[in-house]
Design a protein around this ligand. Sequence first.
Ligand code: BGC
Length: 952
Amino acid sequence: MKFVQPTTPYLIVITLFVTFFYHPSLAVTADLKPVNLRTEYKPNPVVDAAKPRLSWELTSAVRGQLQTAYQIRVASSPELLAADKADLWNSAKTSGSVTNQIEYAGKPMTSRTVCFWQVRSWDKTGQPGPWSSTATWEMGLLNKADWKADWIGNDLTALGKGNVYHLPPAPFFRKETQLKTAIKRARLYVTSLGLYEFQINGKRVGKDHFTPGWTDYNKRVYYQTYDVTADVKTGKNALGAIVSEGWYAGYLGYALLIGNPVVKNFYGDVPLLKAQLEIDYVNGEKETIATDQSWKTSHGPVLEADILNGETYNANLEFGDWSKPGFADVNWKNSTVYPDKAERKIEVYPGNQIQVFQELKAKTVTPKADGKYLFDLGQNFAGVVRLHVKGNKGDTIRLRFGEMLFPNGAIMTENLRKARAIDTYILKGNKEGETWTPKFTYHGFQYVEASGFKTAPGPDAITGIVLTSATPQAGSLETDNPMINKLYQNIVWTQRSNYFDIPTDCPQRDERLAWTGDAQAYIKSATFNNDIAPFFTKWLVDLNDAQRANHAYPLYAPAPNVRKTDTYSPGWSESGIVCPYTIYKTYGDTRVIRQFWPNMVAYLKFMEDKSKGEYVYKERSFEDISPKGGYGDWLSVGKKTPPDLLATLYYGYCASLMSEMAKAIGKSEESVYYEAIFNKIKQAFLNHYTDKTGQFKTDNAAYGDGEGYVIEGKSGFDGHTQTAYANAIYMHMLTPEHRQKAGNWLVDLIRENDNKLATGFLGLKALLPALSATGHAKEAYRLLLSTEYPSWGFEVINGANTIWERWNSYIKGKGFENNSGMNSFNHYAFGSVNEWLFGNAAGLRVGEAGYKTFTIRPEIATEGIGSVKATYHSINGLIETAWKKEGATISLKTTIPVNTTATVFIPTTNPATVLESAKALKTNPAIRVKEYKDGYLHVEMGSGIYQFTSQN
Ligand code: BGC
């Protein structure tokens, strides 16, 4: 699922091919070739948008190349397309440089239509390039009436055992069918309330896990579509499914931990299946085999299956070939049909399905006391294990999962809290050995403690299966500093572990909720690592489905009632604005803005009402929520920033983002309106939270004894903090002079604090960017490179291979400083430094949405780092920036995609020494030299690969 990043030789080969060998009848004169054709962000997907959005990227060997026009043709068959008979849509030659977010504008789409499409582009001289290769998309089931399938279930709740955990077995379903004649095409449309695995003729369908994904099942459920033409045959066929409770009926979050009256069954009690196999015969006939009461059901080897608590499997209860034709299901009973909810939508899954990313071999197997064995998989991750074991019938292997070991080598599971996270396998005693992988649970772990092996297992007994939402890799970052490289890899692993259908906070403990604060603090960082457009297209629906009756966005989404007092919080709820904005800015996606505009407007109104029309949140404005004031600068390690001051900054930030988003969708009046609100908030903030010199302050006495404020209100609040200045600068809440002063205070505060950061979740993401923005890149680098507590380096030198929830989650030689329940070793919030690594160290910043324009302004470290190389595959193509310092020479290589414009800031103390490919800039017409300022020579250029050097 990785983007294939076209390398230069590859481009050249394509170019040569296109230039010299392409069929001359097409009258191709330009080398501009569209590649990576996608629909709704995906290659050849199934979609249900009425007007799917198309995109492509362009390749060319010509510097400064761009598109002046394009033509899209869409046909209902490849033959028609090849014959230039675009029966669905022919856009004709359309001028413009746009290559993405282009809405299909042809004949109305109907369910099941397969569309074949191509595009060609005209280059800067007005010459057409070749047609692209053909891509497809397929329409899903657009109307509820297309669904013939019933919701079927088998109520096994009474079989649930256990005092603490009530876990019933997973029901199996099967249906045999006779397919009449030669089959042309077969599609399986399938979903469940709960999780499902579907099989046809003994074979698992698809590569996806945890389908159909988590939504507010009262409002909508997603389905998957599989092309199963190759899996069915004329004659007898069998369909089978196993269904488990999943997010629908299983345990969720910390409900059990905090004694919530409801701990499971948040959406329903009985997991249900809905599936239909649609057959198109060669002779033109059609047939649909759909779930109904005639499907047989039973329960067998899957004794328990729960996301948080694990899976128990008794291989002695296996059915054999239960999903193959001919299986004797006489003891199975008919399914029960359950009513549908009229208001529940059923839609195509818009995200990236969870899939296997990689397998991890055990690094070591260590015998422990009591005949237990400890497996080290070498990496903390989210997923499961595949167990391979040989033994006697009835032997029971029990697997416990931990992220870390105690200094004495024992597995640490305390931080799982009430997530039981135990998998159990009961052997059937197969002589050749037996292999088992659980289907409906996952864990966050590096270590597995196994009991029940009768003979010493080898490393092959346990294999790690890494699961993640299959977001295609988009970026990479490498420096000449191993610690920073490790930090970057830790960030990537943490994102991988937590982008799991929704952006979870952590994969291990009884939580795994998409906390909105974490999501908004990290989203920008995430964009650099992976293409998260589909992932957030999905989650933004969850977030808006969970918007509260008072229009506040929630603390987490989906938002089952795991704690009554979980309502909203400043810094968390703003996810409803910050995340759509980031998706818009990164991918040029204006649809998300339009889609959620009324919700966002309502939320801004909520914020305004909450400020009592004063445009500032004075002390104690959020006393009514729990914890008081909200989560504030969660897990900060220094002076406590008043939650209301921070909330005011966030309010201003949201107003400015609303103004920009309004403009992007052509709502100019609203844009002016929110700009005015932004200005009012800035003024009100200054009036209330700054003294005569502009220094930030708060009325600490107003908070009384600070009791009830989760961020240690009892130790008192102070406006003059790193977090307050960092955010005010980051959010453009200050005038230029005031901003500079704030930057200087920020540096003073860091120096006063022993050159250490003191920020929490909300302060951290803004900290380094704010330092850089006020000319203090040197301070930013100092914090980045520190290895003292609290710092990223401190985690790395203490052995981290993921980002930890707390800076001192573990200290070598000392153990767990915070070995309470809240000590996750896979928590991405502090990974938000990625935004600075790409945006400042490598220097890549988006300009016009979708990186249509961008800047590259690398910040050169004075020590500790001598080179930084970053790649980023934008929706407009591959961008690269790589700088290196060698003595007095700084080199900077940049790759600018076709059809984009970059402003590159070449670091130099002497602009006269700047060369590109060893030649003076003047001699290169592709490069427009702008000005020399603040130690950078600004140049502007179009596509190509540029090698700059400067002397310093
Ligand atoms: C989660 C956080 C979350 C927080 C709310 C924690 O338990 O793991 O990441 O944002 O609660 O403050």
